[in-house]
Ligand binder design. Sequence first.
Ligand SMILES: [Cu+2]
Length: 398
Amino acid sequence: MKKIFSHVQTSVRKYWVALILGLLILGIGLAQAHAALLDGLFSDLEEGWAEDAAEKGETLTIGDFYQAEVPDAHGPIGTMANHTHNYGEFMFSYRYMNMFMKGTLNGTDGISDQNVVRPTQVGGEGFVVTPTDMTMQMHMFSGMWGMTDTLTWMLMVPYIENDMNHLTRGGGTFRTSSNGIGDVRLVSMWRLYAIESPSIGAHKTHFNFGVGFPTGSINAEDVVPRPPNQGGGKFRTTLPYPMQLGSGTFSIVPSLAYLWGSGDFSAGVMPKGFVYLGENSQDYAVGNKFNLNSWGAYRAADWISLSVRLNYEWWANYRGADPRFDQAVQRQLVYTVFPNLRGGERLDMLGGANVLFPEFMGYETRLAVEYGQPIYQNLEGPQLATDHVLWLGFQLVH
Ligand SMILES: [Cu+2]
């Protein structure tokens, strides 16, 4: 049964191009239907709002979703799909992320590296090796395109670099690395409504439907030391789950954005889900994830906005297990090969800035930065704890 399934997964991969084209064509049709549907749905509401505004001597603006010339038209740089574009607009963006993880948590309790590798008979966790820290760097290239005023497309292509340091029970240390392209994601972004008047401010919502493609490797390898009692030396092996670059499965990524703005202040709320479909060719699936972002921003000047963001994440354990880790699990080699030591939840607090440069020949350029740390994390451990995360970004809108 498993063999049949892995075959299906592999054969589906050959149809990516057809799948993407299909989504595009479907999108064009849906965008037309959707615009008509929303006209019907919101016209009564809009009339009501317009009357309220008229009574106060104000005019109601409808459908003004995006203005490239304000710094807080984009959410904090660590959030994705936080705005849509107008018809014909194009955006390129490059993001750099550096996430540093250090030390081991079980639940909310810290465990020292020495205790993770100490035998259980003397009160330790009994692992042969423990990760001591991990740096995950991501270079993410993305493009956005307003196909119509209702539908924006976004394509995200990540390049990932992972580095992990380890401590062995014998006191030795070693480092493993992996790098390569991650899972590519295509997102269709649907504008729901945007209304604005001086007394109520601006209220905008959009819905995103993303599809993740299994372009990232789940076969990353590196060289690790062989224990002295097995002859010593080094050998090449498949790296544990957190060092892999992709999920190996298709995924569905829906999210909703509610954006508010009034004068120099703006805010956003974005719930988002990641659902990994089926199992990959190594009989497992990455844990589903729920993510809730909320932020507030203050436009300190025409060219800069400052933001504070709360990022809550909850993610499940992996389903299934990679058979290549069976022996390592049996020998309790290292906790990163256990599919049931992957879940957890975390709340991060981040501060950031969006900087807008003067428009040049119709191009709006911006730089952004964001830095944050967890204020709460609870892990199905032992598992590596997040220490901090840094985002840098460059964006070009035309
Ligand atoms: Cu954009």
